[in-house]
Design a protein. Structure first.
Length: 199
């Protein structure tokens, strides 16, 4: 969710994993490659109006380039990859938030990235009141997605909650109101556990 502390969490994880050899590869969505970063600029431009399907296709296009050009090569070499947002975000934001349907958005992304699915997704659950408070206190200019409004964000939250209920083993729900250090440590433990369980 927006304003749940993802960027701070990633910074803390980079510090916690700095002594791992090799360290995890960190990336983000949309972005992570030169082309995907350009797509990111379009997607988040608060001055643009955009059809929901255009939005969904642009996210899938950015993801396709990131997966093929950056994520898969590192996974194949045995690296751990940590991505700030991925497929589940599209299912919640475009599938539920924009009303395109989870199945339809999933099918679109299967064309873009095949059967690539994270071993674990960490859903940072944050109350609407806390999200609004953080947005107000940040003083930052809202991007196009953040400007979509409270009703949209409520639908997105419902989308994440439904995804978490449907795949409880893969989607780990964390309390985003906890101190960032505690969240980072909880995720570090989960990632190391996943790494140890690999054949």
């Amino acid at each position: 969710m927006d304003f749940s502390g993802k960027s701070t969490l990633v910074r803390n994880l980079k510090t916690l994993f700095s002594d791992l050899d090799p360290p995890p590869f960190f990336t983000r969505e949309p972005g992570g490659t030169p082309a995907a970063e350009r797509i990111r600029e379009v997607l988040l431009d608060p001055e643009l109006d955009m059809d929901p399907w255009t939005e969904a296709y642009l996210y899938a296009a950015a993801r396709a380039g990131l997966v093929r050009g950056s994520i898969l090569p590192r996974l194949e070499s045995g690296r751990v990859v940590v991505c700030e947002r991925f497929l589940d975000s599209s299912l919640a934001y475009q599938g539920v938030g924009r009303g395109l349907g989870v199945a339809a958005v999933r099918e679109l992304n299967e064309q873009a990235i095949g059967d690539v699915v994270p071993d674990a997704t960490f859903y940072l659950r944050l109350s609407p009141e806390e999200r609004i408070r953080r947005a107000r206190e940040s003083g930052a200019t809202l991007d196009r997605i953040e400007k979509a409004g409270d009703d949209f964000m409520k639908r997105v939250e419902e989308g994440f909650e439904e995804l978490a209920r449907s795949e409880p083993d893969r989607i780990k729900v964390l309390d985003a109101s906890l101190p960032p250090e505690r969240l980072a440590e909880a995720i570090r433990i989960e990632i190391l556990s996943l790494q140890d369980s690999r054949p």
